[in-house]
Design a protein around this ligand. Structure first.
Ligand code: RAT
Ligand code: ZN
Length: 452
């Protein structure tokens, strides 16, 4: 099946959050009765394009790094983790196959021999349906043909439109040899994709990477000292001017502590945190990964663990002029994260990440966040690694969040509050656009983020 994907034109990413808030529908300022609230919320969730604040998608100028198409969708590591539960195939055998063979194996195992009822498998069903394919062997063949004929640029427009999003925030690793080289050559920016400077190799694997920095002319060493800190700051400054990231980011283990006299603790304190301040951008901390508990299944081999969030308390208190976007991977840490967000306005909880991105958990976490933080947080990001995943991930988010938001506004009416369409629009724009925009640009926040 071929479709003129170029026919879709994304106009919504040219719209500002302010204009999106101003719903001009007749009666936008009139009070709504409880039974109408649900319809209005569903309409506004459909109308307002979201900003996807953390993905692993890439702008077209970063070439092959950007994954898309049915074989990439089927070999997503969330599905790889599931396929070994249904098959006796050994991981080593799986890795020896070509991408297409792996995709065929996953298709057969998770979609033909078993019902695709898990969150990740159901996502494939949704994407195929939205793009017009049957969930059958014939549909898979058709999908392969379709993707082989797409022009990437117009396909992106179409996918973003189907997903109801205007921008995807990328994850850009300057020390990935392939990616770093493309940026150094001058990758063309794309207003649909916003860069983020990812620091995992520096903060989590310094012993394996300091020599790479040295090779690039930064006078660092393995021991750390004033010169090294200054040179890491210079490296970050150079990458800020090359990449123009909207924040810096790092994933962290469940054992993460701060302050800490470790390489990571010292690099954070002496190089990364001052650099974020100097460039006036937040640091995103994704805390709670138990790296490679099963390395045989590669990317699918990480797990989750409860972290000690006192580290976050120390960061927020010690560096009031820094801003911290934070997502925690363990369900057990969610309530504590809300408590800290009530204490520190320089902390912005975001997303229900990875193992949390299932309706049952998203529902619980989001209710808790609304009850404790009102609309002052960022409910979700997609974490998509393959372009078309945003279609199902954002559809699921809208479906899960509609009843939660409805319930919150209905309770408000029950308790004597006045709820209008305008107010609902504003809340949805805040949650899915402007809380993020304001936090990354330190805008509209009064004195909240100035140095104490
Ligand atoms: O959700 C994921 O795909 C994970 O593998 C991680 O990449 C995580 O999102 C991260 O950014 O570290
Ligand atoms: Zn991620």
């Amino acid at each position: 099946m071929t479709q003129p994907a170029g026919a879709y034109k994304l106009v919504m990413n040219r719209m500002s959050s302010q204009s999106l808030e101003q719903n001009t529908a007749e009666g936008a300022a009139l009070p709504l009765t409880s039974p109408h609230i649900q319809t209005v919320i569903e309409e506004e969730l459909r109308r307002i394009p979201f900003i996807d604040v953390h993905t692993h998608l890439f702008m077209p100028s970063l070439g092959k790094l950007g994954l898309w198409g049915i074989d990439e969708l089927l070999t997503y590591h969330y599905l790889e983790a599931e396929v070994f539960r249904f098959s006796t195939m050994r991981a080593e055998q799986y890795w020896a196959m070509s991408k297409r063979e792996q995709a065929d194996f996953i298709w057969r195992t998770l979609f033909v021999e078993n019902p695709p009822v898990s969150e990740a498998t159901r996502g494939i069903v949704c994407v195929m349906r939205e793009l017009g394919f049957e969930v059958s062997d014939a549909g898979l063949k058709e999908a392969r043909e379709f993707f082989s004929e797409q022009d990437l640029d117009s396909h992106i427009e179409r996918v973003f439109k189907l997903a109801g999003m205007s921008e995807a925030v990328m994850t850009n690793d300057p020390l990935d040899p392939e990616e770093g080289a493309l940026w150094e050559k001058g990758a063309a920016p794309d207003s649909r994709f916003r860069p983020v400077l990812r620091l995992d190799r520096i903060l989590n694997k310094w012993d394996q990477h300091w020599q790479v920095l040295l090779g690039k002319g930064y006078k660092v060493d393995g021991q750390l000292g004033e010169t090294t800190f200054a040179e890491v700051r210079r490296f970050l400054a150079d990458w800020c001017s090359r990449m123009k990231p909207i924040y810096m980011a790092c994933s962290l283990p469940d054992t993460f502590q701060f302050p800490e006299e470790s390489v990571r603790g010292r690099l954070l304190k002496e190089a990364v945190i001052p650099s974020c301040r100097e460039h006036n951008i937040p640091l995103s901390l994704m805390i709670g990964v138990r790296y490679q508990v099963n390395p045989r299944i590669r990317l699918a081999g990480d797990a989750a663990g409860k972290a000690d969030l006192r580290s976050l308390e120390h960061l927020c208190a010690q560096f009031p002029a820094n801003r911290f976007l934070t997502s925690v991977l363990s369900r057990e840490n969610q309530h504590e994260l809300c408590v800290y967000a009530r204490k520190f306005a320089n902390l912005m909880p975001f997303g229900c990440w990875w193992f949390l991105n299932n309706p049952s958990v998203v529902e619980e976490v989001t209710r808790e966040r609304i009850e404790m933080l009102g609309t002052s947080f960022i409910p979700q990001h997609s974490d998509a690694r393959v372009l078309e995943q945003v279609i199902y991930k954002w559809r699921n988010t809208r479906r899960t969040l509609a009843p939660i938001l409805t319930n919150s506004f209905q309770l408000l009416v029950e308790d004597g509050g006045r709820v209008t369409r305008e107010q609902i629009s504003q809340s949805i724009v805040r949650l899915f656009r402007s809380n993020f925009e304001n936090f990354v640009s330190a805008r509209g926040t009064g004195t909240l983020y100035s140095a104490a």
